[in-house]
Ligand binder design. Structure first.
Ligand code: ASP
Ligand code: MG
Length: 421
């Protein structure tokens, strides 16, 4: 059994879905679990739907739902020639019931409603794609991950309950059904013990692929992307990027942690635990080998990798009463960070000062500073950049820093990090 994952960009329109079909036809006889994301920007649009519901803006709510309905109908229209095909009914029913929500009062806990609504993107894409594969003559079946991936009740960021999930997945797949060898299901979604839908966090479909692979002891996972594999830098910021042909699980986790956005950071651990290799391949050039992430790490150090995070905030914190930064004050600081769910991306301290880098898109910096006062005073620099270089050498550092002002730097044997502006 293999697991394939197709993200939002690989199913963003009918052409893209036809390409997915042509990739799967190459594996006509192989048993494959296929995990799909919502099509294109559907998840963002569904988030808008929720916010229009929450702000009771019926006009915008209806408008956004209609846009989404048209978008899905148009894609289905290009894939299925029979107007009475069951996908059209499926799409209409889902959007009808989404529209009917508007007159209901919202649950007090908004993340609950988020998951019930936003999961729709994956439900639709998986159904449409599964039916399309059947049209192509593949032995495909739609599987509902909302009955298989069991999570706790933490909506929007469900924690997987592995034992139960493994039991549910292995009971359902591959099953006695000899008529199927392609199971098409949703990334990103799960369910609670009470049967309510949960989601696993934005961009969580990679993680779903790892969950299914782990439970089924899959031979490999392939994530199909619009890039040739894992590159050593983001082509948006660097020229002459290089393909990392083989890296270790450890290296992949480090790169994801430092901010490389190719795979969701939670994806690696379940695969590492079972020694399942992860391939990252291009859906445009499916013959090219792409990247393999596996246990072996002898090539990890060969190519330096660059990770850039723009628009970060450098916070410089000191105790108001001029006391030292010590274990006691640090634990107070981290209590506040934890309460605000701050991701501390980097930290450094001196006798009187603690510096850290945070992402102002994810935390309200002013509220955080408010919460730290009056015990601490804070200065901050908005709009700084964090550059991480794995397996650096002096030449690459010089190139990256040319003409920039360094506000803070850290080096370990493998990794150099610079806060610059
Ligand atoms: N559709 C979800 C998102 O856009 C999950 C995913 O694509 O991985 O965040
Ligand atoms: Mg995605």
């Amino acid at each position: 059994m293999k697991v394939f994952k197709f993200g939002g960009a690989s199913v963003k329109n009918a052409e893209a879905i036809k390409n997915v079909g042509s990739i799967l036809l190459r594996y006509e006889r192989d048993p494959i679990v296929i995990i799909v994301s919502a099509m294109g920007k559907t998840t963002n649009k569904l988030e808008e739907v929720l916010s229009h519901w929450a702000s009771k803006n019926e006009l915008k709510f209806n408008h956004t739902v209609d846009e989404l309905r048209d978008f899905h109908n148009e894609i289905a229209g290009a894939l299925f020639h029979a107007r009475h095909h069951k996908v059209f009914n499926f799409i209409d029913e889902r959007f009808e019931s989404l529209k009917n929500r508007f007159d209901r009062p919202l649950a007090e806990h908004l993340p609950f409603e988020y998951d019930q609504i936003v999961s729709l993107g994956e439900v639709l894409s998986s159904f449409i794609i599964s039916e399309y594969l059947v049209e192509l003559g593949l032995k495909a079946r739609w599987v509902d991950a909302r009955t298989l991936v069991r999570t706790d009740n933490r909506y929007q960021e469900g924690n997987v309950q592995w034992e139960k999930t493994e039991q549910l997945i292995t009971e359902c797949l591959p099953g006695a059904d000899k008529e199927t060898d392609k199971w098409v299901t949703q990334g990103f979604v799960g369910h609670t013990a009470e049967g309510f839908t949960t989601t696993l966090g934005r961009e969580g479909s990679d993680y779903s692929a790892a969950i299914f692979a782990y439970c089924l002891n899959a031979e490999a996972v392939t994530i199909w992307k619009d890039v040739p594999g894992m590159l050593n830098a983001d082509p948006k910021y660097f020229e002459n990027t290089r393909l990392l042909t083989a890296i270790s699980y450890r290296e992949a986790i480090e790169l994801a942690y430092f901010g490389a956005s190719v795979i969701h950071p939670k994806t690696i651990k379940p695969l590492q635990n079972k020694g399942i290799p992860l391939y990252v391949k291009s859906f445009v050039h499916p013959d090219e080998p792409g990247t393999v992430i596996h246990a072996e790490g002898s090539k990890d150090h060969l190519i330096p990798s660059f990770i850039v995070k723009k628009k970060q905030c450098l916070l410089s914190i000191s105790a108001t009463d001029f006391s030292f930064i010590n274990e006691e004050s640090l634990s107070k600081l981290f209590e506040v960070f934890y309460a605000f769910r701050v991701t501390v991306q980097l930290m450094q301290n001196s006798a009187l000062n603690f510096s850290t880098l945070i992402d102002p898109q994810k935390v309200d910096v002013h509220e955080l500073i408010q919460a730290l006062s009056p015990a601490f005073t804070c200065k901050y620099n908005l709009d700084v950049e964090l550059v991480t270089i794995r397996h650096y050498d002096e030449d690459t550092i010089e190139q990256v820093l040319a003409g920039r002002e360094v506000l803070l730097e850290q080096r370990s044997r493998q990794t150099a990090r610079f806060v610059i502006r």
